[in-house]
Design a protein around this ligand. Structure first.
Ligand code: NCD
Length: 320
């Protein structure tokens, strides 16, 4: 059976922990010259990385993951411009082409929700794995896994945590995937803090209700941050807004005036617990001040580091 990574809903807690144990093992080897060689367990396998939307971390980290596993990696930096997409080719034909070229796995980022699932329907009969690297406003499962891996390593547990999510919760696929996936763990509660127009969408809230999770919408930064164990902040996803007028309105709602949604040194000192962690999927625009980067509670570059381990584990999970 061909394995794909399409949505966080496909994993149960046990499977996630097995992936994390694989990531731990990779972590022990990755910085040692001799041990690193032992990681090359997928030699000769071909990985296509097909990115139809901008990316720095996800693309580099999947491509590095493939290389460290000994795979051949072929990528387009901007498929929207440098592939036949520009000539109007359908996603289905692009995917089929990569399958015919003997791909073993395809990492796909696309602006349309559901595109990874559509690609998997094409690739499945070929035995080619699709890894969803972000499908529009939909999901970003590898990011949710690396985020949860970071939380697990920071607290040594994944239960009994208060999670505050802020920024653009309506359009941010990372935070949507994270909240969905965390709802499988016991005694996790959520606080959401965003402009009214950018609130967490109903499908995620329904998912929380279904899993009996507590959540509330906060009116102030103080209410969101005080007492939270995990703070997960996001940028406004301007590229998803449909008109410039809206962009202006939302942007002002997020950042103008008193900087209602910006976390700076003052917020860290006043409201964030000493043992809390501050996470962000990156890129950060204005929503976290640069002065916070070196606060020991800021984990966003640790998330990047963990992303490589988790994505190596995901490629192994799909292909071995
Ligand atoms: C995110 C994405 O593309 O969804 N970036 C990432 O993959 N780490 C978040 C974002 O762009 O805001």
């Amino acid at each position: 059976m061909t394995k794909h990574i399409l949505t966080v809903d496909q994993f149960d807690v046990g499977e996630v922990e097995r992936l994390f144990q694989m990531s731990d093992e990779i972590n022990q080897k990755i910085d040692q010259k001799r041990e690193k060689e032992l990681l090359r367990t997928l030699p000769g396998n071909i990985l296509f990385s097909f990115f139809c939307e901008e990316s720095t971390r996800t693309r580099f980290s999947f491509e590095t993951a493939g290389m460290l596993l000994g795979m051949h990696v072929i990528g387009t930096e901007n498929a929207k411009k440098f592939s036949s997409m520009v000539k109007g080719e359908s996603l289905r034909h692009s995917i089929r082409t990569m399958c015919e070229l003997r791909a073993n796995a395809i990492v796909l980022r696309h602006s349309t929700e559901g595109s990874a699932k559509e690609a998997a329907e094409i690739a499945d009969p070929y035995g080619v794995s699709i890894l969803n690297a972000g499908d529009g406003k939909g999901e970003h499962p590898s990011q949710a896994l690396l985020d949860i891996y970071t939380i697990r390593n920071s607290f040594d547990k994944l239960e009994n945590l208060a999670v505050a999510c802020g920024g653009d919760l309506a359009n941010g696929r990372t935070v949507r995937s994270l909240v969905r996936m965390l709802s499988s763990y016991d005694d996790i509660s959520f606080r959401f803090f965003s402009p009214r127009e950018l609130q967490m969408k109903q499908d995620v809230l329904d998912h929380l209700e279904k899993h009996g999770k507590r959540w509330r919408v906060c009116k102030t930064m103080e209410e969101a941050l005080k007492g939270a164990d995990v703070i997960y902040w996001t940028r406004s996803q301007l590229e998803r807004f449909t008109s410039w007028q809206k962009i202006g309105r939302y942007f002002r709602a997020l950042f103008a005036g008193n900087g209602k949604y910006i976390i700076g040194k003052h917020e860290m000192e006043t409201w964030v617990k000493p043992d809390a962690i501050l996470m962000h999927p990156l890129p950060i625009k204005d929503e976290i001040e640069a002065g916070v980067d070196n606060d020991s509670r800021s984990k966003y570059f640790e998330q990047v580091k963990n992303g490589l381990l988790v994505r190596m584990a995901l490629l192994k999970y799909c292909l071995q």
